[in-house]
Design a protein around this ligand. Structure first.
Ligand SMILES: NC(=O)c1ccc[n+]([C@@H]2O[C@H](COP(=O)([O-])OP(=O)(O)OC[C@H]3O[C@@H](n4cnc5c(N)ncnc54)[C@H](OP(=O)(O)O)[C@@H]3O)[C@@H](O)[C@H]2O)c1
Length: 281
């Protein structure tokens, strides 16, 4: 098969698993990584994988990556916007730097890469797959930066799909629930570090909820879907003739979608009530 796919954030988790799966199926995969050791590790998975250095927050890095890609091909079949981080904290005390970082990677990064990819997608059938999240549906307390970033990602790309003068381009959002990947521990380490920088007043106000939620979220490392299940879904949306605009992956994601049909005031009540109950208040 001579179909080229670029996957961002392919050093671990869903990106790495997807690179492996697509390469096994015969796609030629450009796997976005940021470290030499990750390039070597991902290339060792399959000869169809070529690691490319790609930091989605840097114009220079993205330009260099596309120079490398253009040396190999002038036609990209698919871009999988997968690179992402999850940042959290109480809105009342969130620093603007945290918000900027969240958006730089999850939203502006995906747009930056897509803008470079689109000229290579002009000829014939092409696809952009965004790894969004069930968080895109809304309220998960203390994870607002992540939720808002995923909703924004979906909205930006939905606008693109309406505006774009490429009738054969298909843009698909995959919204996984919890998947067993390193994202949980990485994010929680960062969140706990950020909590340390909160003022005394902020710590006092939210310490209890935050400690409870972070302890719970650490357990997500060991539960939820396998990354291979998301890789399988990406493979499917690249293969089927008419993929849907949006896919939920996992019962928790389906549940989040169903909740989103209810009135916001009722959803907020349920979430507040549920949190208090689980915390034994
Ligand atoms: N795991 C879940 O439960 C879950 C659920 C829903 C959605 N998702 C989404 O799935 C995607 C992949 O996450 P994951 O769970 O597989 O976590 P992961 O293993 O932590 O993977 C995140 C990837 O993003 C890369 N990345 C971070 N910042 C980057 C940057 N500035 N430029 C380029 N790459 C960058 C990381 O590279 P480095 O190794 O170089 O940092 C890593 O390869 C994310 O968009 C996440 O929001 C995950």
């Amino acid at each position: 098969m001579d179909k080229y796919v670029l996957i961002t954030g392919a050093s671990s988790g869903l990106g790495k698993e997807t690179a492996k799966k697509l390469a096994q199926e015969g796609y030629r995969v450009f796997a976005g990584v940021r470290k030499q050791e990750d390039k070597e590790a991902v290339e060792a998975l399959n000869p169809n994988i070529e690691g490319v250095f790609l930091d989605v927050t840097s114009d220079e890095s993205v330009n260099c990556a596309f120079e490398k890609i253009s040396e190999k091909t002038d036609k990209l079949y698919a871009l999988v916007n997968n690179a992402g981080v999850a940042l959290a904290g109480p809105v009342e005390y969130l620093t603007i730097d945290i918000l900027k970082k969240q958006f730089d990677i999850n939203v502006f990064g995906a747009i930056r890469v897509a803008q470079k990819a689109l000229p290579l997608m002009k000829k014939g059938d092409a696809r952009i797959v965004n790894i969004s999240s069930m968080a895109s549906y809304g309220v998960f307390p203390f994870v607002s930066p992540y939720c808002v970033s995923k909703r924004s990602l979906d909205m930006f790309f939905n606008s693109l799909s309406v505006e774009c003068k490429m009738p054969e381009l298909k843009i698909i959002s995959i919204k996984p629930g919890v998947v067993k990947t390193p994202i949980w521990n990485k994010s929680l380490d960062e969140c706990e570090k950020n909590m340390e920088f909160l003022c005394e007043e902020g710590k006092k106000k939210y310490e209890k909820e935050f400690a409870f939620l972070t302890a719970n979220a650490r357990k997500n490392n060991d539960k939820g879907l396998e990354p291979a299940q998301i890789a399988q879904l990406v493979s499917k949306v690249l293969r089927v003739k008419n993929p849907k605009l949006s896919y939920n992956a996992g019962n928790d994601s389906v549940f989040a979608r169903l909740l989103s049909f209810l009135p916001q005031s009722f959803v907020n009540f349920l979430i507040k009530f549920g949190l208090k109950k689980r915390m034994g208040e």
